[in-house]
Design a protein around this ligand. Structure first.
Ligand code: AMP
Ligand code: GLY
Length: 423
């Protein structure tokens, strides 16, 4: 089988490596891929947002199965366009990807179907939003409606900060059209859990839970990033919590999307906060998380392609999806200066004996050598029987990788270990 994976980050590298394990796979193409993915797949210089380019490539190369990983092509309708040409795909159609593509849509969906989430108001007009903020409880959370590269959420600690955020989104248009509508919502507190789930619109199968580490610095200091590391499973996500999430959030979400005529097929990502009043949805994503995928897929014991095809063919309920009972840790090595400005083009060293567990997020090839080409460069991963061992092994491997200016957090998993001791 010829497989096409759309995307070019660490998440896509983890997907490619896992897909490669299936014996019927003869060739994998990554569009556009990156310098690390090039070790495992044929990278093709077609951008993930170039829907026509993606469809034409798939037709010309007789692709048997396509996996669309990033949010942009999903929201732009890559799956619809591929399916129209008869190419089976993993990923939701555009009318379901809106669950991530529009925060207003997802908040209204949750309200309509009684799915627990933060209280909120929607604004299409700046003056009304500013007026509302004069008396709104503080801290408060301001969210741009559309996709904003993960930067469209501002936690405002003061009224002035909240008003500045509204002005920057609605007047200065820092996120373009994504800020035409905004959501202002209740500030929640509690541990965060990421749960990715396979769903074909009939069944939903949650994967092992995980924990992201979004801030750039140790002890959750510094700026927000795309994610500096992950661990799985998340110790806060106990069996009783998982049961409540299944009953109150996962199944109701799948059913709500069906009722709206927007059946979701693919990987549905639940960003959850475990509040004192129970688990609440912070955000939905219409795709595998990055870097959550880099700890979840290494723990998947079932064959990924088989599971994905079952989703496409709506027979997920007929197969078994097994995860290891062990743990995983992924440490992100980033370019000095990330998430603000950083230099590119530094040679990256990954020793051959650990290359299998290094998911490359941002490199390109220069004369056959990998050089840095993004903010997040490597996701160094280890699995083990216990979380302690996985963390130790991930850091031991991280120390063996290098490039000029590299930095990483030293406390990935520390909070999870402390939480486990409390429980
Ligand atoms: P993202 O949408 O992934 O850019 O990140 C949003 C982050 O903001 C989440 O991971 C939470 O930590 C935080 N957040 C979002 N909504 C709320 C909320 N209602 N209350 C508290 N924190 C929030
Ligand atoms: N790690 C969060 C995300 O993929 O959006």
């Amino acid at each position: 089988m010829k497989i096409m994976v759309v995307g070019g980050g660490g998440r896509e590298h983890a997907i490619v490596k896992k897909i490669k394990e299936n014996k019927s796979v003869t060739e994998i193409f990554a569009l556009p891929g990156n310098g690390g993915i090039a070790q495992d797949a044929t990278c093709v210089d077609i951008g993930a947002k170039d829907i026509d380019g993606i469809v034409n490539f798939a037709l010309e190369n007789k692709i048997d199965y396509a996996i669309v990983a990033p949010d942009d092509p999903l929201v732009l309708g890559a799956v619809d366009a591929l399916e129209e040409k008869g190419i089976p795909c993993f990923g939701p159609r555009a009318n379901a990807a809106i669950i991530e593509g529009s925060k207003v849509f997802s908040k209204n969906l949750m309200k309509k179907y009684n799915i627990p989430t933060a209280e909120y108001e929607v604004f299409t007009d700046m003056d009304s939003a500013l007026k509302y903020l004069e008396t709104a409880p503080i801290p408060t959370v301001i969210k741009a409606d559309g996709l904003a590269l993960g930067k469209g959420v501002i936690i405002a600690q003061t009224r002035d900060e909240a008003m500045d955020a509204v002005r920057s989104m609605m007047q200065d248009k820092v996120f373009g059209k994504s800020g035409d509508q905004i959501v202002i919502e209740e500030f929640l507190t509690g541990p965060e859990v990421s749960v990715l789930a396979f769903t074909d619109g009939k069944s939903i199968v949650p994967m092992v839970s995980s924990m992201d580490h979004k801030r750039a610095g140790d002890n959750d200091t510094g700026l927000n990033t795309g994610g500096m590391g992950t661990i799985a499973p998340n110790p806060y996500y106990t069996d009783p919590v998982a049961w409540v999430c299944m009953e109150q959030i996962f199944i109701p979400t799948v059913q709500a999307m069906n009722k709206e005529g927007r059946t979701f097929k693919g990987c549905l990502y639940f960003g959850l906060m475990l509040t004192e009043k129970g688990p609440k949805v912070i955000e939905y994503n219409c795709r595998f998380g990055d870097p959550e995928t880099q700890v979840v897929l290494p723990l998947l014991e079932s064959d990924l392609l088989t599971v994905m095809q079952a989703v496409t063919e709506e027979r997920l309920g007929d197969i078994e999806v097994k995860f290891s009972s062990g743990a995983a840790c992924c440490v992100i090595m980033a370019s000095g200066g990330y998430p603000t400005s950083y230099k590119k083009g530094f040679e990256v060293t990954i020793p051959a004996d650990i290359a299998d567990s290094v998911y490359v997020a941002g490199t390109s090839l220069k004369d056959g050598v990998q050089v840095t080409s993004g903010g997040r460069v490597l996701g160094v991963t280890a699995t083990a029987d216990t979380l302690e061992e996985a963390i130790k092994a991930a850091y031991a491997k991280t120390e063996k990788c290098s490039f000029e200016g590299a930095f990483y957090r030293h406390d990935i998993g520390a909070r999870a270990l402390a939480a486990r001791k409390e429980n």
